[in-house]
Design a protein around this ligand. Structure first.
Ligand code: ADP
Length: 482
């Protein structure tokens, strides 16, 4: 119903945007609504020669755009923001249709995503250049920051809008062109976003969208010497492939990869704060976010009470179609994701975990998974090592601060970590001892355009947003004058 209405208004765009026009190709990929398993529409698989054409045109666009002023870039980002907010309701529906999250969460994503445009509009106005003291050879010395050149982005399905604006916003602010390959699971958010940017007065081919099969398009990006920067958000496994294959062209990379966030619940924790952190930290986007709480560590002295409250709260969560008013949790993204979660539950139980709640698919139509609570987890179990990426709370018990810190740090990932407790001195001591890129104390809602988002170790490198975000798209250039 929503799909037809949105399509008839030209808001579901089943094409790629290359060389200044919307283009269709014979080979098509179907896009499903994960709540109904119905086909929403198709997108074309962009052939390699058209991806190469996009790179060529991106280079021409870049040659012109690099001369734009900070004010030009600011104004473009602001009108893009305005256009996006005008279409917030339509966008939210498209995100819910193709991603399966609740409308409430889709709306929250629009605000989050649009926040990157206003943030980078301001960043575009900053003059970062500086003078270096003269020496005996040079009377004038200056350090400038210049656009890195043609850039590309490969983006995921979990936040189909925000993961694009945080890259494209920074690229535009820096003076770069960009070619975006959105996830083939959620392409319509990307094509609508591109249409709104065109309507906002985008210089020709500044941003282009190539839809299609990831491996083939990814390889063209990796092998292109013209593309000087590739920004990726997605799984660690794919990030490593991209990095390996980008070596030959020595392009700059940013890698926002998987996470394995611990939530340490100290003895002094307030019960309401525990529940708030578990709900927001675990169930945002149905657990399908790289900052999602993956391991809950509870101090033994409050373990029973906290567990009882968590189970009571989680058992009341309403799972359903994202368009229903009472839906709290939507779907997981695909049938493959459902099967993977079920398998992960079986392995956990086999390895000694206790299933307290949920644990399997809900119904037989749509990719719904029961909100799940597992206890008796130890850090060597599969479920504690892997990124769960679903509505599953995996709980461990700890005795001392040092135990909690050791368990929390015992992971190859390093994106986000969370601490709950009323003793701020203890919290800060713990935060200082945790090896993660971002730490939230008494709240898990870390993400915002103004902060440098990113991780360490297997969670990748580079920062998006904050004052750091633009540096991913600029080069340092030193000029000395005799
Ligand atoms: P997830 O496991 O969360 O779906 P992926 O890493 O598979 O994450 O997907 C994130 C993005 O990476 C998507 O746009 C997807 O199409 C793309 N992708 C997947 N495999 C490859 C690949 N081999 N090369 C390039 N991009 C890929």
């Amino acid at each position: 119903m929503y799909a037809n209405e949105l399509r008839s208004r030209g808001l579901i765009i089943e094409k790629a945007y290359i060389s200044g026009k919307w283009q269709d190709f014979d080979d098509k990929i179907e896009v499903l609504n994960p709540a109904t398993e119905e086909v929403i529409g198709t997108i074309p698989n962009t052939p390699i020669d058209s991806v190469l054409m996009a790179i060529k045109d991106s280079s021409l666009a870049q040659e012109k755009f690099k001369h734009s002023t900070g004010q030009n870039r600011h104004d473009l980002l602001v009108s893009w923001y305005d256009n996006m907010m005008k279409h917030a309701d339509d966008f939210a529906k498209i995100i819910t249709l193709e991603n399966g999250k609740s409308l409430r969460e889709s709306r929250a994503e629009i605000d989050y995503a649009a926040g990157y445009l206003t943030h980078f509009a301001k960043e575009a106005l900053k003059d970062r250049s500086y003078e270096v003291e003269a020496n005996q050879i040079f009377s004038k010395r200056k350090v400038d920051y210049v656009p890195i050149g043609v850039t590309a982005a490969i983006t995921p399905w979990n936040f189909p809008l925000a993961m694009i604006t945080r890259k494209a916003g920074a690229a535009i602010a820096a003076g770069c062109s960009m070619i975006i390959k959105p996830s083939e699971l959620t392409p319509y958010t990307a094509t609508l976003m591109c249409k709104l940017l065109i309507d906002s007065g985008m210089p020709e081919n500044l941003i282009q969208i190539v839809t299609g099969y990831p491996k083939e398009i990814g390889e063209v990006f990796q092998n292109s010497f013209t593309i000087r920067k590739l920004s990726f958000t997605g799984s660690t496994a794919v990030g490593k492939i991209l990095m390996r294959n980008s070596a030959e062209t020595l392009k700059k990379l940013s890698m926002e990869l998987g996470g394995n966030a611990p939530l340490i619940i100290n003895e002094s924790s307030n019960m309401d704060t525990i529940i708030k952190m578990v709900l927001n930290g675990k169930f945002r986007n149905n657990g399908q976010s790289c900052t999602a709480v993956n391991r809950v560590l509870i101090h033994e002295n409050i373990y029973d009470k906290a567990l009882e409250n968590i189970i009571k709260t989680v058992s009341k969560l309403v799972v359903g179609d994202g368009f229903n008013d009472d839906t709290y949790l939507g779907t997981v993204i695909t049938e493959t994701a459902l099967n993977r979660l079920e398998r992960l539950m079986q392995i956990a139980v086999k390895q000694g975990a206790k299933l307290e709640l949920g644990g399997k698919r809900l119904g037989n139509k749509g990719y719904f998974f029961e909100p799940t609570v597992l206890t008796g987890i130890t850090n060597n179990m599969e479920i504690a090592r892997q990124e769960i990426f679903g509505p599953v709370i995996a709980i461990q018990k700890f005795k001392t601060d040092n135990d909690a810190i050791t368990i929390a740090n015992d992971t190859d990932y390093g994106l986000a970590a969370y601490i709950c407790g009323e003793n701020q001195q203890q919290n800060i001591h713990m935060a200082n001892s945790l090896n993660f890129g971002m730490i939230g104390i008494n709240d898990t809602r870390l993400s915002d355009a103004k902060i440098p988002f990113g991780g360490i170790k297997n969670s990748g490198f580079g920062r998006e947003g904050g004052e750091e975000g633009i540096f991913e798209y600029i080069e340092t250039k030193y000029v000395a004058l005799n």
